[in-house]
Design a protein around this ligand. Structure first.
Ligand SMILES: *Cc1c(COP(=O)(O)O)cnc(C)c1O
Length: 436
């Protein structure tokens, strides 16, 4: 079902992305540039077809064209802010599914958009009320605030099971060290408060971390089942959350999603038996659906030596892709030489790759803790293109205007053709709203 071969060996020279020459993309749209391969996203959606609902955590990659693409692939969407609710609506999602005839063995209706957060800011509360959007509540305060505006609503509870995992402390979303969700021991009290406020609890959700391994994620199923029993028969939907890992480093492989589904399906079946009605089983990936589709295309602008270390400086920085500086994340890189002489195999060398920012942390080859590392790449020249790969999740969405750099353009490649799905910011964009 899952092709591991794609990442078994990485091209160190890359001349195309999904059949489109990298040089054409750079020439047409400029650099730095985000390019997404639509077919990779569709394939990742299909990988999860066993689940009743795949809900895209759009914060991983929220361009409208990407949302439209996953919507057409039958994927629902999660929104963590008013802005993400707005994006979901703009991409064609409706707050409510068209009502189907209810039969005894039919799954309960799906909520196309769910708002998931630990708070309502005033805007988001207005937005969910205005559109009637289902809420996944990570604090008891949210229940009372929602009840005051949407009496009788049904809600999902996000529960912190008391443990968590993530690829770094910053992506761990469970346990005492996490602000997320309602603490598992508070559930009886929170259920009383929900009932008193006139809300019914129809959903249960846990999300303990991002990019961790499935063995750790699997612990959630057991914890969720215990809480589900406390909630009881009002429950119609359970969500395994996100966190599915993707292979970033050479030698890493895709996880066994079939076994993971089976485990959750067993949990669901036991709850169905206990409650005597169908339970919808959701999964909520962000990274998994888009990470591998995305590439940052940059141009090499300088090569220099600092003592014994060689630096390759490109026109993208942590303003473009923040994961290395935030988490010490590893991204594969490949070179697209400007010269077309495929015959001359370039020699490889160890280089540190950095960007243009006035900030010493502006290094793509760094390890957790901020230590500058090197990468073995083909010898590059100014004007060559460097492609930073597996950048489609937590890439563009974390880009910033630091150093007054414009946000890069985004391009979608589909069926051998490509189109701009977000224009590069202009100098005027950078000062919009400012006055002297
Ligand atoms: C971020 C997030 C996800 C997605 O996490 P990934 O690791 O990208 O799969 C899912 N659910 C919630 C509530 C999140 O905040």
């Amino acid at each position: 079902m899952i092709d591991t071969a794609q990442h078994a060996t990485r091209p160190v020279i890359r001349r195309d992305i999904a059949g489109v020459p990298v040089a054409d993309l750079a020439r047409t749209y400029g650099t730095p540039l985000y390019a997404y391969d639509a077919e990779t996203i569709r394939r990742r959606c299909r990988d999860l077809a066993a689940w009743d609902t795949v809900r895209f955590a759009q914060k991983a990659c929220s361009n409208l064209a990407v949302l439209d693409l996953v919507r057409r692939a039958g994927v629902m969407v999660d929104a963590v802010s008013t802005g993400e609710i707005h994006r979901a609506l703009a991409a064609g999602y409706r707050p409510h599914a068209p009502s189907a005839a209810a039969t005894a063995d039919a799954l309960p209706p799906v909520h196309p958009i769910v708002y998931t957060a630990d708070i309502f800011d005033r805007d988001s509360l207005d937005a969910v009320v205005r559109h009637g959007i289902h809420c996944n509540c990570g604090s008891a305060d949210m229940l009372e605030q929602l009840a005051a505006r949407m009496p009788g609503a049904s809600v999902t509870l996000r529960v912190n099971p008391g443990f968590g995992h993530g690829h770094s402390q910053k992506t761990n979303t469970g346990g005492e060290g996490s602000k997320h969700g309602i603490w598992h021991e508070e559930i009886p009290d929170v259920l009383r408060r929900a009932e008193w406020a006139g809300l019914s609890v129809s959903g249960l959700h846990m999300h303990i971390g991002s990019g961790t391994d499935l063995a750790h994620l699997a612990e959630v199923a057991e914890a969720l089942e215990r809480v589900a029993v406390e909630i009881g028969r009002s429950l119609t939907t359970i969500s395994a959350g996100g966190g599915l890992p993707v292979p970033y480093k050479p030698g890493e492989e895709h996880a066994d999603l079939g076994g993971y589904f089976d485990l959750w399906n067993d949990t669901r079946r036991r709850l169905e038996e206990r409650f005597g009605h169908r339970i919808r089983l959701e999964i909520e990936p962000g990274r998994y659906l888009t990470a591998e589709s995305g590439f940052v295309i940059t141009e090499v602008r300088a090569l220099k030596r600092q003592g014994t270390r060689k630096y390759l400086l490109v026109d993208a920085g942590f303003n473009t892709l923040a994961r290395p500086v935030l988490y010490g994340s590893y991204h594969p890189m490949s070179l697209c030489p400007a010269a077309d002489d495929a015959a001359a195999a370039p020699t490889a060398e160890d280089v540190a790759v950095g960007g243009p920012l006035c900030e010493s942390g502006d290094i793509f080859t760094q390890t957790d803790g901020g230590f500058v590392a090197t990468r073995n790449l083909p010898a590059a020249a100014v004007g060559d293109l460097l492609v930073i790969e597996i950048a489609g999740a937590y890439g563009f969405v974390m880009a910033s205007n630091y150093n007054s750099k414009p946000l890069p353009a985004e391009v979608l490649i589909d069926g051998g053709s490509h189109r701009l799905v977000r224009a590069r910011q202009t100098p005027e964009d950078l000062v919009r709203g400012e006055t002297v």
